[in-house]
Ligand binder design. Sequence first.
Ligand SMILES: Nc1ncnc2c1ncn2[C@@H]1O[C@H](COP(=O)(O)OP(=O)(O)OP(=O)(O)O)[C@@H](O)[C@H]1O
Ligand SMILES: O=P(O)(O)OC[C@H]1O[C@H](OP(=O)(O)OP(=O)(O)O)[C@H](O)[C@@H]1O
Ligand SMILES: [Mg+2]
Length: 281
Amino acid sequence: MRIAVPNKGRLHEPTIDLLERAGLHLDNGAERKLYADTVDSDVTVLFARAADIPEYVRDGAAEIGITGLDQVRESGHRLAELLDLGYGKCRLVLAAPEDGDIESVADVSGKVVATEFPNIARTYFDEEGIDAEVVEVTGATELTPHVEMADAIIDITSTGTTLRVNRLGVVDEVLSSSVRLFAHPDAVDDPKVAQLVMALESVLTAEGKRYLMMNAPREKLDDVREVIPGLGGPTVMDVAGDDTVAVHAVVNERDVFEVVSDLKKVGASGILVTEIERLVE
Ligand SMILES: Nc1ncnc2c1ncn2[C@@H]1O[C@H](COP(=O)(O)OP(=O)(O)OP(=O)(O)O)[C@@H](O)[C@H]1O
Ligand SMILES: O=P(O)(O)OC[C@H]1O[C@H](OP(=O)(O)OP(=O)(O)O)[C@H](O)[C@@H]1O
Ligand SMILES: [Mg+2]
């Protein structure tokens, strides 16, 4: 099985990191190569531009691709989306000069819109019933309204800094994007693909969880159980020759702050909080 992943840019590192955490270690020297073998002899990683990855998958050059939803939509290819990997979060927006007269999508009728995403832009304007001229650029889109190349743009925003610096305001949201795992439709039922999905899911599940270990007086066990929410209850182990038990539990990361202080109150001690690498539910 071949997985196409971004070869550079902001999506490269988090993607490699995710594969590594899923246990799919890449062979050394992956940095400068076009492809890398992995710890699983059936899995090869191909490095491609984020924008080209949907095409690699449609072609069958790779069965699996990891890239932004925006890129998949822009490609127009019908690929199976398997997982939202949660990073590379951004919005594709219609934006126009703050001090101009474009305040809604209707105001773009008859105007010129510059974008790196011409297919998404045309589909969006068709759906909105707006007749706008779409001009394709390959970068620095935010500049185009200031040099009379365009009246508005459709571009990526995340923190909003670039739009602000260029005195552009959001007029409408066109697409909300994040990095997805997607597959060629013929590869969806491949057991190797299912194995990869499970491995990646286990990393995503573990991200929001922490592993708690503590000691507690045996007679306080019920109180401890009450404090620890959900997830099938804690594992309790006897501590030899003692009236103490060791308690292990998985808790939501956002609950840790409160749970730890509540555990302390009911008599737990030696409380240890650790990260979880993977969690298969
Ligand atoms: N500012 C951003 N915040 C979050 N995600 C982004 C942002 N910009 C782009 N992305 C996501 O990353 C994908 C790749 O972006 P792009 O092709 O511009 O590469 P890059 O990582 O920005 O590197 P470079 O622009 O230097 O080539 C986009 O399709 C989008 O899904
Ligand atoms: O809302 P912000 O946090 O400012 O992010 C938005 C900017 O990020 C991306 O550019 P990038 O940094 O990838 O440069 P590029 O234009 O060379 O791709 C995108 O094209 C926007 O310009
Ligand atoms: Mg970029």
